[in-house]
Design a protein around this ligand. Structure first.
Ligand SMILES: Cc1cc2nc3c(=O)[nH]c(=O)nc-3n(C[C@H](O)[C@H](O)[C@H](O)COP(=O)(O)OP(=O)(O)OC[C@H]3O[C@@H](n4cnc5c(N)ncnc54)[C@H](O)[C@@H]3O)c2cc1C
Length: 310
């Protein structure tokens, strides 16, 4: 047993939240106590060298962290957030053990497991550079702190792809949003468009149903989402589907007022008046950090061996 230096509680060494400060390890009952401790005390010497550093705290990185903790590895996780893309999922129906769970609920459970059951040191930061070093790798974060590791696990996942058409940058957050958002009230009783035809796009259509007046879904292919979701949205009376249509432009004054679309392989171009647009057209791999160290395929995804090595 160890004593939490903030609340004086006895804490189990294995389950406690830990921090290494000036060469000593301190044990806490919670992240809150750790935060208070770090607010009161300036640690000059944080640990910077590990056997394993995991970059990315989505489901893959957090799972790797739990395994590293179980194996009592000298490991560290650096991530921009805890949860990754799963945070944005409004409805997860394929995670064993849960008939239905939202992304935020599931990621809260991941975080609890990491912090309370399988603790390893973690840092919320953006990794900006990875360099090969004599005994492994040096990692530099956006705060210009450098950490070294003998081994790296790259679990940086994917980020949303953009359309790259005129008006997209101009009306970002002034009518154009990426993926599902928490509050759709600004499009209450308004006409909207969802761009994309996969599961993410159709989840947004489901979220907008009952809020927006008319929902236009625009996809440059047929809808590719799971048939069960397509079946559900086909019941919506206020849904208009534009399959095989391309978005050419976003228009408006101060805020978005319409999108310009064109029927693929045809001369049919027209405006769809909308107050809000939600873009979900797929993802691109966050692999640029290691382009110089590993092999990537034509989509920028890291190609790996069956044992996950490069
Ligand atoms: C709206 C939506 C709904 C979804 N619904 C489902 C579903 O119902 N069922 C399902 O199975 N899947 C679903 N998915 C997909 C699922 O969320 C992903 O497959 C999963 O999150 C991938 O996990 P990952 O850990 O590989 O990557 P990600 O979740 O992409 O995590 C990557 C992590 O790396 C971090 N990172 C990236 N770059 C850096 C950097 N430079 N420095 C530090 N950290 C970095 C990110 O912040 C993030 O924490 C959905 C995805 C979305 C967006």
């Amino acid at each position: 047993m160890k004593k939490d230096p903030v609340c004086n509680m006895d804490v189990n060494e294995d389950a406690a939240v830990k921090v290494e400060c000036d060469g000593l390890v301190y044990y806490f009952c919670s992240e809150g106590c750790k935060k208070k401790f770090l607010e009161q005390r300036e640690c000059k010497l944080f640990r910077t060298s590990y056997d394993l550093i995991i970059i990315g705290g989505g489901p893959a990185g957090l799972t790797a962290a739990v395994y590293a903790a179980t194996l009592k590895m000298n490991a560290f996780i650096i991530t921009k957030d805890l949860g990754g893309q799963a945070i944005d999922s409004t409805k997860i129906e394929n995670y064993m053990g849960f008939d239905f769970i939202t992304g935020p609920e599931l990621t809260e459970k991941f975080q609890y497991q990491l912090i309370h059951s399988h603790y390893i040191d973690h840092l919320l930061s953006d990794v900006e550079k990875i360099e090969a070093a004599e005994t492994g790798f040096n990692i530099t974060t956006s705060e210009l702190k450098t950490y070294s590791a003998k081994t790296l696990i790259i679990a940086t996942g994917m980020t949303r792809r953009k359309l790259r058409v005129p008006g997209e940058e101009e009306f970002q957050r002034k009518g154009i949003f990426y993926g599902n958002i928490q509050d759709f009230s600004f499009v209450h009783a308004e006409d909207v468009a969802v761009i994309g035809g996969g599961n993410s796009a159709l989840q947004i259509v489901e979220s907008l149903h009952g809020i927006a007046k008319n929902i236009n879904i625009v996809s440059d292919t047929e809808l590719t989402a799971d048939p069960v979701i397509i079946e559900r949205i086909n019941m919506f009376k206020n849904l208009k589907k534009y399959e095989d249509y391309k978005v050419l432009e976003f228009k408006g004054e101060k805020t978005l007022s319409s999108i310009v679309v064109r029927k693929m392989a045809a001369d049919e171009i027209f405006d769809i008046p909308v107050k809000g647009v939600f873009i979900a057209i797929g993802l691109q791999a966050n692999s640029f950090l290691v382009f110089h160290l590993v092999k990537v395929n034509e989509r920028g995804e890291i190609t790996i061996n069956p044992d996950c090595s490069d």
